[in-house]
Write a protein that binds this ligand. Structure first.
Ligand SMILES: *Cc1c(COP(=O)(O)O)cnc(C)c1O
Length: 401
């Protein structure tokens, strides 16, 4: 173990595994470690660095806003905050305006959505539905929504009323009635292994929730900001949810999250019912405006569609016995393996200068920055091929690291 690993082991909370490298610098889709080793970053901080690293638009926005006004409090409005709220509701394009509550992370956005659900019917609607295997965050409320028992169980009892159901319309039809306040869904379950919802699910879920007076809350934390080839994942299904939660990519690297509501859901919160000290501060919102503005003006949503299709072709082109297929949309892709060797393959990729991650034991997740072009794709193709070859030779395993 070298010095930084020792420091990390001695002082960091044991919530994460041993860090894979000590990263010191990034540019575009590349990062460098303290020894000067370069990596192609096809994880982008887990779908966060939409513009890659150190993008001049991102850098300039932070620097300019820090030199102008970084933080006030929610007793005051600031121009960047208003602009971002308007921008998010415009990009959601539900035709019904909307309202925004700003927080600082995905979990906080879902906490706000959880409270919103409680306000829909109060004690007359004690039930909230969420999906098996879903991921909505690690704070107590968002964890209650999360459909992974091994994450929830050590922290029980959790806030009551949440039930996890299978991701089928039949399961929803059986579970839903007038006692349900809300249904929470991810358009693609990123943390579960990049698992899309069944065809027609969102449309059917919209009908069923509407019929029973339940809110449809779409967690767009991983799928938002253009990643799937639309601004938000729900837009592929052509529905209007009651609320979406966003975070990750909208800030391009600054901590930010938001709950965005539409229609009657915008009337539920009243003064004093929720708050956040940092939420919506000018530093974070100015940066998010710049990031989303650049995604828009540089046509990066379109780029996600085109590069995503090319990446699928690359993966299919390997004709590797280790690869079963590829799932997902745009630049949120899951490479399904024929064996549970995703950890080993991700480690081999890293050893070959490529950052990807094992979303589950048999799926590699790739979520590169939205700015990638031909050069990055060609580099990915070479490095991932080398990683795949390591699986045959067994040259790189997790225990070697
Ligand atoms: C990452 C993620 C969250 C949690 O976001 P944090 O910023 O880590 O709190 C919630 N939902 C989904 C779908 C996510 O991908």
């Amino acid at each position: 173990m070298n010095a930084w690993q020792q420091r990390s082991g001695a002082t960091m909370m044991r919530t994460f595994g041993r860090p894979l490298a000590l990263l010191v610098r990034g540019e575009g889709a590349r990062v460098w470690d303290a020894d000067g080793v370069e990596y192609l970053d096809f994880l982008a901080g887990i779908a966060v660095n939409a513009l890659g690293h150190a993008h001049p638009v991102f850098v300039e926005a932070i620097a300019r806003q820090a030199a102008t006004l970084a933080h006030v409090s929610n007793y005051f409005a600031t121009p960047p905050q208003l602009e971002l709220a308007e921008r998010l509701t415009r990009l959601a394009a539900t035709g019904s305006g909307g309202r925004v509550f700003f927080g600082n992370s995905g979990a906080e956005a879902n906490e706000a959505a959880f409270k919103l659900a409680r306000l829909n019917g109060g004690t007359a609607r004690p039930r909230i539905l969420a999906l098996t295997d879903s991921f909505h965050g690690r704070t107590i409320g968002s964890l209650a929504l999360t459909g992974k028992a091994h994450m929830r169980e050590p922290f029980e009892p959790l806030p009551g009323g949440v039930e996890h159901i299978d991701s089928t319309l039949e399961a929803l039809e059986t579970a839903i009635d007038e006692s349900v306040a809300a249904l929470f869904v991810e358009p693609i379950k990123g943390e579960a292994g990049v698992l899309p919802l069944p065809e027609g699910y969102l449309k059917g879920a919209r009908e069923l929730t509407e019929r029973h007076g339940a809110l449809l809350v779409v967690d767009e934390i991983q799928t938002g900001a253009g990643r799937t080839g639309e601004w938000f994942g729900f837009q592929h299904a052509d529905i209007r949810p009651d609320a979406i939660t966003v975070a990750k990519g909208i800030g391009g690297g600054v901590p930010i999250g938001a709950l965005v509501t539409f229609g009657r859901a915008s009337e539920l919160f009243t003064v004093g019912q929720h708050g956040s000290t940092f939420g919506g501060n000018p530093l974070a919102t100015a940066t998010a405006n710049a990031v989303l503005g650049e995604i828009e003006s540089a046509g990066l949503v379109r780029n996600a569609v085109e590069r995503g299709a090319q990446l699928r072709d690359i993966v299919r082109g390997y004709a590797s016995p280790h690869i079963e297929g590829v799932r997902g949309q745009g630049l949120l892709l899951g490479i399904a393996l024929t064996e549970p060797r995703a950890q080993e393959l991700a480690a081999a990729a890293l050893a070959n200068g490529l950052i990807v991650n094992a979303a589950n034991e048999s799926t590699i997740r790739i979520a590169p920055p939205l700015i990638i072009g031909e050069v990055e794709l060609a580099e990915f193709e070479r490095r991932f091929a080398r990683a795949l070859a390591c699986l045959d030779h067994g040259t790189q395993t997790e225990s070697d690291r």
